[in-house]
Design a protein around this ligand. Sequence first.
Ligand SMILES: Nc1nc2c(ncn2[C@@H]2O[C@H](COP(=O)(O)OP(=O)(O)OP(=O)(O)O)[C@@H](O)[C@H]2O)c(=O)[nH]1
Ligand SMILES: [Zn+2]
Length: 204
Amino acid sequence: MDAIVKNFPQTNRDSDRPSQQEAEEAVRVLLRWAGDDPTREGLLETPARVVKSYRELFSGYDMAAEDVLGRTFEEVAGYDDMVLVKDIPFFSHCEHHMVPIIGKAHVAYMPDGRVLGLSKIARVVEIYGRRLQTQETMTAQIARAIDDTLNPRGVAVMIEAEHMCMAMRGVQKQGSTTLTTTFTGTFKTEPADQARFMTMVRSR
Ligand SMILES: Nc1nc2c(ncn2[C@@H]2O[C@H](COP(=O)(O)OP(=O)(O)OP(=O)(O)O)[C@@H](O)[C@H]2O)c(=O)[nH]1
Ligand SMILES: [Zn+2]
């Protein structure tokens, strides 16, 4: 997993960023590439809107998972069993075609004294989702971030998602779902923990 995460630092320095004007010009080029006329009235404001929406859709590059996971709690009356936050919805974009990935993440960990604020788990999914991704990388990154910051006894992450690059274009298979998992610690070494995670994710 180390290799996967290290090979995908996925952030650039602010100084590497083009200006807003350059980004808007790039959108105008793509509009022309699509076959439309960027000077027609309906498209005049489009480059500015696209650039603004990119700031939101790719805001994960400006955030670090360590920042949101920094705050942990110890007063949980000795609770040491699995914590699972499931069905966390997310949108991402595939790094191959830059079209949406729509899915749900299920994230669990086995505490070792300390626990995370529940919302922070969803925030981590958001941070990695709002970048260009492969599903495998995103799954490994979420697990790694929790493992590194909380040092729990184990982390389990499952992502199920539909890739629009497979649905809207290319092979055009609508409705197929891709499942990816990353297990660390006891979820990796204890089949019973892994099985319980799967059962709890699947239970409605
Ligand atoms: N492993 C993995 N592959 C992905 C993910 N998102 C998209 N892909 C795949 O990335 C591959 C890119 O393949 P290429 O042959 O380089 O690109 P392409 O000609 O556009 O491929 P087609 O989609 O088959 O038309 C495709 O098979 C996509 O389905 C992902 O999250 N993980
Ligand atoms: Zn794709």
